[in-house]
Design a protein. Structure first.
Length: 247
């Protein structure tokens, strides 16, 4: 069964039809830049462009970089604050000519995909997926069950939101070396999360997961196993499609 998935990020909006038997994209994804400012109307237009590129006519799952309850947005750290309180499912369905739309937190979507098809498959205990990008998204699982909307990127680290210091955007903006970013900042963040949750496994997702060999060896002193996301930056698209099928 194929279902369409869209992943809204702070820098890009990407989507493709997904084969939910294999947990893989049916066609190469289509990506557009996230508009700045990322207002609801402008982002909805981009989502319509991505879906329209495939002439799609079925259900659509969409991830959002913030807390989503039902289909209503509650937080918007890395997009326009005008999203807060918006029924994103209703807005996007209207822009997609009435197609059924399911909306969920972006990291939750990536986590569900990794637990089903990727690095978390068959793992029990506490598993935490962290997506590193414009911010830091999180998905927490206990015995395979998702605890939704955890938003651990907003834990305090040295007086700041952790994502302001340990995201890949922070690495790029401050031109940090791999040693400084991973060996100090990301390691300190993981130590803090580990102290709070004692996971058996960390899964590191987002685009940086393609460069795991650059930073995983620098994360010394973490007791939990640390692995890169197997679905890499497609995990959100796959998880969005899974949610649309379930929803």
């Amino acid at each position: 069964m194929n279902v369409f998935g869209v992943d809204i990020g702070g820098s890009g909006i990407k989507g493709a039809p997904v084969d939910l038997e294999r947990g893989d994209l049916v066609e190469p994804r289509h990506k557009v830049l996230t508009p700045q400012p990322a207002t609801p109307d402008d982002v909805a237009g981009c989502v319509a462009e991505v879906v329209g590129n495939f002439d799609w006519s079925g259900p659509v799952g969409v991830t959002f970089p913030g807390v989503v309850t039902g289909s209503t947005v509650r937080t918007a750290a890395n997009v326009d604050k005008g999203w807060i309180g918006v029924d994103a499912g209703k807005l996007l369905s209207e822009r997609l000519d009435g197609l059924a739309v399911t909306v969920l937190n972006d990291a939750d979507a990536a986590g569900v995909a990794e637990m089903t098809f990727g690095a978390g498959r068959g793992r029990t205990g506490t598993v935490i997926l962290l997506t590193l990008g414009t911010g830091i998204g999180s998905a927490v699982f206990t015995e395979g069950r998702l605890v939704p909307n955890t938003e651990l990127g907003h834990l305090e680290l040295k007086g700041h939101d952790a994502e302001k210091r340990a995201s890949t955007k922070a690495k790029e903006d401050e031109d940090l070396s791999w040693e400084h970013w991973a060996g100090r900042r990301l390691r300190k963040y993981l130590e803090h999360v580990e102290m709070l949750f004692s996971p058996e496994l960390f899964i590191i997702g987002g685009g940086v997961s393609r460069k795991a060999d650059k930073f995983l060896p620098l994360l010394e002193g973490i007791r939990a196993e640390i692995v890169p996301a197997e679905l890499q930056n497609n995990a959100g698209i796959v998880g969005a499609a899974m949610a649309a099928r379930a929803g």
